[in-house]
Design a binder for this molecule. Sequence first.
Ligand code: PMP
Ligand code: GLN
Length: 397
Amino acid sequence: MTLPARDRPRGVASRLAPFGTTIFAEMSALAVATGSVNLGQGFPEDPGPALLRSAASAAIEEGDNQYPPGIGVAALLEAVAAHQLAEHGLAYDPAREILVTAGATEAIASAVLGLCEPGDEVVMLEPSYDSYAAVVAMAGAVRVPVRLAYDEAAGRWVLPPGALEAAVTERTRLVLVNSPHNPTGKVLDGDERAEVAGVCCRHDLVCVTDEVYEHLVFDGRRHVPLATLPGMRDRTVTISSAGKSFSVTGWKVGWACAPADLLAGVRSAKQFLTYVTPAPLQRAVAVGLAVTHDLVDPLRDELRANRDLLAKGLAGVGLAVRDAEGTYFLTVDLSPVTGEDGATFCRALPARCGVVAVPCSVFYGDPDGGRSLVRFAFCKRRATIEEAVDRLGRWRP
Ligand code: PMP
Ligand code: GLN
């Protein structure tokens, strides 16, 4: 029972209190305070592509500094439509089926707030990116986790067959999927994508799919958007982020593509959150999207090489490394070297060897979830990864 307003203590509302301060803020502050190598928060260290930086500066200098249209700047809406068509054969009408948002975070929040009633259930993969649970709580909806499992024999994270189906009830409103997946680095394979699509189609559900790492998949894998599967285009909200594709995480330019009726829900929430997304940055992202592969292909190769170096270093100190198929991240299981839980380990690691990582428990709803797992980000300069590997190697648990 919530107390009457005048009897409640000042401060955070009860529906947000359980989420505290995000782990990324906590761990980045710890990295600065201890002079540690920050493999916690997933942001690249380079300044971002010169092409985008000069396009943004030019847009500012040319005076593109007032509110743009609520749905987004025409050049970016058209560039997103062209990208979806050229990459995946998906046709979206830029006037009615694409919405520019303040990063993927706002697109996810707007989808949940704009499409759910209080009490609706949102089925999501677990572990899940930290904003999902918080925004479901803000909407007064109910989070229903479906756990990914690690298949030791196959050496990969898997969506256990039937698990998604079992989570659906008559109150399910959305299925919120993320592939390539943060924090595991997993990419849904063909059978798993078919399973997601099958569940959504059989139960007539809306799918919200967070595909921010769409261009960051390794070892010859290909990202296949869920919206391309039979029966899915007209029930799917697909979310992307320039932050990830073009290494400009601080710009917070994202977008959602969806059929007009679903996009109307997303737009209705977005207009009262930020109203619009900065105009000059939208113009610059449109310039980047026209040459997506010139920008992302070298980035993907660098990331893969960083992943391999980091994985080798972590395995060298005895940690059980779980291979990343995509994204900025890989996870390790601590149990071969320590009985400590991930949160204790991560809080102690800066003092032990000057490296910061993130405990995976924060991506689970239940306090014991992901207890022995830790996430390391490899979207850093090569020299940073080398330094981290060196420090970890000198420590040796
Ligand atoms: N979804 C996932 C899976 C992420 O890892 C992130 C953060 N990097 C986001 C969404 C948020 O993206 P943005 O910074 O564009 O809001
Ligand atoms: N997505 C980034 C990560 O997972 C961080 C985003 C944030 O700090 N909210 O590390």
